[in-house]
Design a protein around this ligand. Structure first.
Ligand code: DOR
Ligand code: ZN
Length: 345
């Protein structure tokens, strides 16, 4: 197959950042995604309805004329979040709340320190129809970084999904066979997003032959057996898995640093890289459901009405991008060849 047309996809996990960066990130995602779940880990984080409304406006102000894109807003949970905050966020159009264990990743220090203390808030979310999006890693210093996802399932996630059957839970950016198995075997209120980098790469791509900071993200890439399990999960066609890029830009100098930031800026190539993975797996017929059906179906939102076409045509990503303010960013897969390309409309 050299060409595939699918219903317009959405990105169910996206970091757009703020300020001048929006001029770069919003058009990059809007080129192929009609909607995206917008992560709230700004500085300061999006913890109330006013902040959420203001952030949505800043995003829409960065959308070029002629492009359409709907930001689906999320609230950042903390141990100070109240039922009133949840209701106000819902009234402001939020579709979900994001749970970061404190310290798990970028701008998560203000997030959740005692997870079980949020259970009353989860009740309100379920009643209001807001989804719970979880960064599923424990943060205990003594727990090895490669085991943090598996232990989060055992300690927290199992209990949350069984205790709150009315609460829809998305296990975000899963990275392990343990997570894929847990989601597949789990109840209907549980689903997961999978990133392009966790389907394409494993920890060798981060560490062999020198540290590759642009392949560093959290949860960190795992061993290839886990990568294979994620590939099998999408190949299975299960409706519990859907597209969430976790595209997460950082300035080049902050990635190529003695203490480099986590995040792959994949918006420039994400849909093409997913197509490449599904093609490699002989599963291009499963791409449309993963990219365009399973997400809206789980969220209870309508599927998009438009279409996009991808053609099997090689192109090479730029080595770096220069933003309007002169700052530099290195896109995911920089300088590398991609085999699929979004066709012009
Ligand atoms: O790699 C990541 N980058 N993982 C996250 O969970 C957060 C994200 C970011 O905001 O940079
Ligand atoms: Zn993320």
């Amino acid at each position: 197959m050299n060409k595939i047309t699918i219903q317009t996809p959405d990105d169910w996990h996206l970091h757009l950042r703020d300020g001048a960066m929006l001029q770069e990130t919003v058009p990059a995602s809007a080129r192929c995604f009609n909607r995206a779940i917008i992560m709230p880990n700004l500085v300061p984080p999006v913890t109330n309805a006013d902040m959420l409304n203001n952030y949505r406006e800043r995003i829409l102000a960065a959308l070029p004329d002629g492009q359409s894109f709907e930001p689906l807003m999320t609230l950042y949970l903390t141990n100070q979040t109240t039922a009133a905050d949840i209701k106000a966020a819902k009234a402001a159009g939020a579709v979900a709340c994001k749970l970061y264990p404190a310290g798990a990743t970028t701008n998560s220090d203000a997030a959740v320190k005692t997870l079980t203390a949020l259970y009353p808030v989860f009740e309100t979310m379920a009643a209001e129809g807001l989804l719970l999006l979880i960064h599923g890693e424990v943060t205990d210093h003594e727990i090895d970084i490669f085991d943090r996802e598996k232990i989060f399932i055992e300690r927290y996630l199992q209990d949350i999904v069984s205790r709150f059957p009315q609460l829809k839970v998305v296990f975000e950016h899963i990275t392990t066979a343990d997570a894929a198995e847990f989601v597949l075997a789990g109840p209907d209120n549980l689903a997961a997003t999978i990133t392009p980098q966790h389907l394409l790469l494993n920890r060798n791509d981060l560490l062999v032959g020198g540290v590759k900071p642009h392949n560093y993200c959290l949860p960190v890439l795992k061993r290839n057996t886990h990568q294979k399990a994620l590939r099998s999960a999408v190949q299975s066609g299960s409706k519990k898995f859907f597209l969430g890029t976790d595209s997460a830009p950082h300035e080049k100098s902050k990635k190529e640093s003695a203490c480099g930031c986590a995040g792959c800026y994949s918006a420039w190539s994400a849909i093409e890289l997913y197509a490449q993975v599904f093609d490699d797996l002989g599963a291009l017929d499963k791409l449309e459901a993963f990219a365009s059906h399973n997400g809206p179906d789980f969220y209870g939102l309508p599927r998009n009405s438009g279409q996009i076409t991808l053609v099997k045509e090689s192109w090479t990503l730029p080595e770096q991008l220069t933003l309007a303010d002169g700052s530099l960013m290195v896109p995911f897969f920089a300088g590398q060849q991609v085999n699929w390309k979004l066709a012009a409309e």
